[in-house]
Write a new protein. Sequence first.
Length: 274
Amino acid sequence: MSTDESRDERDDVLRPLSPSNDGDKGRSRIGSFVKETAILIGIALVLTVLIQTFLAKVYVIPSGSMEQTLHGCSGCVDDRVLVDKVIYRFRDPSPGDVVVFRGPEAWTHNDFTAEHSDNPVVQAVQGLGSLVGLAQVDERDFVKRVIAVGGQTIQCCDPQNRVLVDGKPLDEPYIYYVPGQEPKMAPFAPVTVPAGRLFVMGDSRLNSLDSRFQGGGGVNGTIGVGDVIGKARVIVLPPGRWGFISDHDPQVAAGGLALLWWRRRNWAESLLPV
């Protein structure tokens, strides 16, 4: 083998990579990583929008009208609740359900007033925060408990300060009275809830602008079933408050368990083949 051929073979083995090629590969890897990360973030955002538009959404509770079932009091951390947006596609809201809904036109008093910024960057951040439950939602969205449904007559109160539906007192263990205030609800005349509408009230009975007062009360204070966004299921934040939200039916009082069993039995039998 000639000396020139040996030198060429050694050059093939020992020749280092050129700095320019090594830098190009490094930049290519970084560019690929950034691109893949951007795609993943985009997919996550799209999925978040789709899930919260059609399946479930996290809402902030910014007022104290549902204390102490849901925290929204001054000096405390507002609860974040997961709202099921699917269930009412298959059935209407029932007494005891805690629902989030759009305030109808007659509801002129909002539960809270959100602070809106004129800065477009801040507006974008607020919008994104609302999307994932880190900021307040539109002030036209409310959260209350369903007390009576279409066809039922509701009034207040009997001598024990209990709300009556169709003449029967309700069992409402979730009611909260603010300390220092007389634990007594203001009476109101009988209201027959129109078909397709709901009579809703806050659990903090002396601190809630609800169907008793909105629109002057009465039928005007009811909300349409179509206004309901979904059912509040779970408190997801803060961590110390995590838990399921009670949907105790106030119309099933202690002595009405047999009626509940009968209803469930008939419902189950209706599913059996004839």
